[in-house]
Design a binder for this molecule. Sequence first.
Ligand code: GDP
Ligand code: IMO
Ligand code: MG
Length: 420
Amino acid sequence: MVKADVLLGLQWGDEGKGKIVDVLTSQYDIIARFQGGPNAGHTLEFDGIKHVLHTIPSGIFHNGVVNIIGNGVVIDPIIFDNEIKSISKLNVKISKLLISKKAHLILPTHKLLDAASEKAKGKEKIGSTLKGIGPTYMDKTGRNGLRIGDLTDKDFKDKYNRLKNKHLKLLDFYDFEYELEKLENEWFSCLNTLLNFQHIDSEHYLNKCLKENKKILAEGAQGTLLDIDFGSYPFVTSSNTITAGACTGLGIAPNKINDVYGIFKAYCTRVGSGPFPTELFNETGKRIAKIGNEFGATTGRPRRCGWIDIPALKYAININGVTKLMMMKADVLSGIDVIKACTHYETKEGIIDYLPFQSNHDLTPIYKEIKGWKNDLTKLSSLNEVPKELHNYINWLEEELEVPITIVSVGPDRKQTLHK
Ligand code: GDP
Ligand code: IMO
Ligand code: MG
């Protein structure tokens, strides 16, 4: 029996997961998103088309492949409807899309609660994408949520109203003004789009496919440092973004997982609040943000930029059991004379090489300096052509991280991908 592979982010999201899923899709029969919701923004570029996906898996542009939205995902019908409309306009054949009956629905009041909670936190806010992710997962674990499979229940409206009324009471608790009616009308009218797709028991479907030797790639959202358990809590998202999340978010057992592809940028970014030990506040940081076009694909917010953080990457590699690494956006570092990589942190207690419990306090990164390269990488077609300084950077990272780097990405387009 073949086993499923998992692809996920090792930093704070936006590593380039969408691009690599698209690049790898031709090797798979099924692409399955396992967690998160429309807080994600996965960008794909090919044939002059640039497109951002939020809920739909990044294999959608490969005809013949099946795309699945797994039980671990939370779905906003309005955003889903927009996504379907915008991919339909692209004049590209799209592949089959199936949705788990067990995926949870984001209600209009979940979004209001998200906004009210962030407002109440003031300066301490998470920097949420305000897509209702936290409140929806709270209702899931609180055993109050509504699922895709409930949509066809004759008492769906009653269930909806019960949950909405609970939310309205919670909203009274906050000093928060809102307008619900318009949002609610739009939400209900967009349910039709969701109802047009086949709703399945995706855990049965996927396990049957594995028995039939079909190849599955599980697509993660966000990144390991945003994981609800292992991320920089409380500045995290509300799902398990790690390999274990693929097991619970799809119903695939741990012993049915083969490769785990860990995606990371040649530097590091973060959007939203929370600790970021290697963040740059200087001209180099601004330069990386500009050349890397570091603006959130979902919210348009500027991404904070900094140097690569080796202790954080090692942590992510361990927790996920990464077997293959993929380094993104190497092209963005071209022309920087000295590239830095954080290898340790200096703390009051001394020098450490791991992320401590409170990583926002008194943590000074200790850097190794690496000679940069001048060449433009965006037109290269093979790893043999990369400058020797980049080779040295790759080799050093592989030694440090003890996992091979199998792809180096040198631009946003599908074709700008160098394979080992
Ligand atoms: P995801 O959330 O992990 O799928 O990543 P995003 O799509 O949010 O952010 C990655 C951004 O970097 C997108 O704008 C991509 O088009 C772009 N991108 C991906 N790989 C590369 C690369 O190798 N070089 C450059 N310059 N841009 C890239
Ligand atoms: P992809 O899949 C980057 C961040 C938000 C915020 C925190 C909590 O594109 O990599 P939430 O909306 O979940 O309540 O926000 O997590 N965040 C992301 N950052 N990429 C993402 O997804 C993100 N999804 C959430 O900015 O700091
Ligand atoms: Mg993104």
